[in-house]
Design a protein around this ligand. Structure first.
Ligand code: SF4
Length: 451
C-alpha cells in the first residue's frame, strides 16, 4: 500500500456503516457514472448482487438503500440524511430511478438487488457485483469490494497509491519511532510534514478543523435527538436523557467524567445507527470513540485548543494507517477488534500525545488500546449497528483514556510492541470463524431473540 493521507481515513459520510453503507454507495455511484457516460444505446435495466457479509447484514446496515442512492449519483458526503428515506420511498413506489441524476431506468429494489446470503466472493467478504443492460443487448458488468472505512476497490485493482513521495516513510510502528528519532519530530509532526506533500499546510489544517466540527456537531445532534432507532429492534435512544441527567449532576461526583465520556460516544453512535452524518474514525461502527476522547481532552485539559485537536487527529491517523497497512480495519475480515479495537488504539495514542506523551509513550498507549480488545468479535443483533455497537463505543472510549494514562505512567519501554499487537490482531482475525465477522450469525446475534 502506498502513501496514505488523513483524507483517506477521516471521511464525513452517513451511517450506519462505512463498509456496508458508505462503501456500497461509492461503488454504486462509480458504476453508474461509468455506465451513464457510455456512448450509444440507453441503459434499460440495472441489477446489483450483494455477497457475503454485505448480503448477511446488508438489510440492517441499509446497504440496499445506499446502492440505490449511489446509482442515482448521491455521495456519502453530499446526501442529505433527512431526505434519503423519502428518495428511497419514491424509487420503490415508482419502480424507477434516475441513473446518476439523468435518464430514468426501471428499478424495483426487491427484484433488482439480490442478497446472496449463501455465497462469499473469493475476492473479499464484502463484495458487490453490478450489471447494466443496454437497449442494443450489450451488458456491462463490474465487481467492487468494500474494503473497510468506506474505501472501495474495483475487483483486481490495487489499493489506492497516491504515488506521492513522502518525506517520512513508515509502514510499521518501529519505522515510525525510528523516523521520529531521526527527524526529531513528534508523530503528529511526521504526519503533518507528510500531509504537506499532498496540499498546503493551511488546507490540511482546514480539513482537520472540518473533521473536528463534524464530530462535535454529531455529538450535539445525538444529545438532542429522541425516540426509537430504525430497524425493528426497538432500541430507544438514550443520549438525550443521559445528557439532561448529567447536566444537573454535581461535576464533583466521582463517576461524572466516565458518564460524560460514555454519553459523547453514545450520542455519536446513536446518530450513526439512525443514518445520520458521522465521520469514519476509522469506520462508522466505531465512529464514537475518537470524538468522545477528543471531547474529554477539550473539557479536561487546561489549554486545550485547535492546535491540540489537530495533533490529536494526526496522531490517531498515524496509528490508523498502521492497522490499514499491516492488517485491516474491516470487521468482515477482523471482527470488532478491527473497528472498535482500532479506534480505541488510535484514541489512546491521540490522547497520550496531547497530554504531552513522548513518541515511545504514544506507541505504548496505542499498543495497550489494542491489546485489550484482541479477539473482539463482530456480532450485531439483527445485523443492525446498534447492539452491541453503540455501548461498545463507550467501552472503547473509556479504555482508550485508561490506556493513555497507563502509558504516561511509564517511560515508553514495554514488552509487547505495537507492531506485535497489530500482527496478533491480524492473525486472530484470520483465525476467527466467519460467523463472528459481521454476519449477524454468531455471538449475541445468535443468542438474543429479536422481538
Ligand atoms: S460489533 Fe463492532 S464491528 Fe460489528 S458492526 Fe458493531 S461496531 Fe461494527
Amino acid at each position: 500500500m502506498g502513501a496514505l493521507s488523513v483524507t483517506d481515513l477521516y471521511t464525513i459520510g452517513i451511517g450506519p456503516s462505512s463498509s456496508h453503507t458508505v462503501g456500497p454507495m461509492r461503488a454504486a455511484r462509480a458504476f453508474a457514472r461509468e455506465v451513464a457516460a457510455l456512448p450509444g444505446a440507453a441503459v434499460v435495466s440495472l441489477g446489483c448482487t450483494l455477497f457475503g457479509s454485505l448480503a448477511l447484514t446488508g438489510k440492517g446496515h441499509g446497504t440496499d438503500g445506499a446502492v440505490i442512492l449511489g446509482l442515482m449519483g448521491e455521495t456519502p458526503e453530499g446526501v442529505d440524511p433527512d431526505a434519503a428515506p423519502g428518495i428511497l420511498a419514491r424509487v420503490a413506489a415508482a419502480g424507477r430511478l434516475s441513473l446518476c441524476g439523468g435518464a430514468e431506468v426501471a428499478f424495483a429494489p426487491e427484484r433488482d438487488i439480490v442478497f446472496r446470503r449463501d455465497a462469499f466472493h473469493p475476492g473479499h467478504a464484502n463484495t458487490l457485483a453490478f450489471r447494466a443492460e443496454r437497449a442494443d443487448g450489450e451488458a456491462v458488468e463490474r465487481v467492487y469490494h468494500s474494503i473497510g472505512g468506506g474505501a472501495v476497490l474495483a475487483a483486481g485493482a490495487q489499493p489506492p497509491d497516491h504515488q506521492t513521495v513522502l518525506p517520512h516513510v513508515f509502514s510499521s510502528a518501529a519505522e515510525m519511532l525510528a523516523e521520529g528519532e531521526r527527524s526529531g519530530l513528534s508523530i503528529a509532526g511526521l504526519m503533518a510534514a507528510n500531509e504537506d506533500s499532498f496540499r498546503p499546510r493551511a488546507e490540511t489544517e482546514a480539513f482537520l478543523d472540518a473533521v473536528h466540527r463534524a464530530m462535535s456537531a454529531c455529538i450535539e445532534r445525538g444529545c438532542r435527538a429522541e425516540g426509537e432507532l430504525p430497524g425493528g429492534l426497538r432500541v430507544r435512544r438514550r443520549a438525550r436523557r443521559m445528557f439532561e441527567a448529567l447536566s444537573g449532576l454535581n461535576s464533583g461526583e466521582p463517576q461524572a467524567m466516565f458518564e460524560w465520556v460514555s454519553l459523547w460516544a453514545l450520542a455519536v453512535n446513536e446518530e450513526n445507527a439512525a443514518g445520520g452524518r458521522v465521520v469514519t474514525a476509522p469506520t462508522n461502527g466505531a465512529a464514537g470513540v475518537l470524538p468522545a476522547v477528543m471531547r474529554y481532552y477539550e473539557r479536561t485539559v487546561p489549554g486545550a485548543d485547535a492546535a491540540g485537536i489537530r495533533t490529536f487527529l494526526l496522531t490517531a491517523a498515524a496509528v490508523g494507517f498502521l492497522y490499514k497497512k499491516r492488517a485491516s480495519i474491516s470487521a468482515a475480515e477482523m471482527g470488532c477488534q478491527g473497528e472498535v479495537g482500532v479506534a480505541c488504539s488510535m484514541a489512546a495514542a491521540a490522547l497520550c500525545a496531547v497530554l504531552g506523551g513522548s513518541n515511545a509513550q504514544i506507541e505504548n498507549a496505542a499498543e495497550i488500546g489494542m491489546e485489550h480488545n484482541l479477539g473482539l468479535t463482530c456480532d450485531p443483533i439483527g445485523g443492525l449497528v446498534q447492539i452491541p455497537c453503540i455501548e461498545r463505543n463507550t467501552m472503547g472510549a473509556v479504555k482508550a483514556i485508561n490506556a493513555a494514562y497507563l502509558a504516561l505512567s511509564g517511560d515508553g519501554t514495554h514488552v509487547v510492541s505495537l507492531d506485535a499487537v497489530i500482527e496478533t490482531m491480524r492473525q486472530t482475525g484470520r483465525d476467527m470463524r466467519k460467523k463472528y465477522k459481521e454476519t449477524g450469525l454468531g455471538g449475541l446475534a445468535a443468542n438474543v431473540v429479536e422481538c
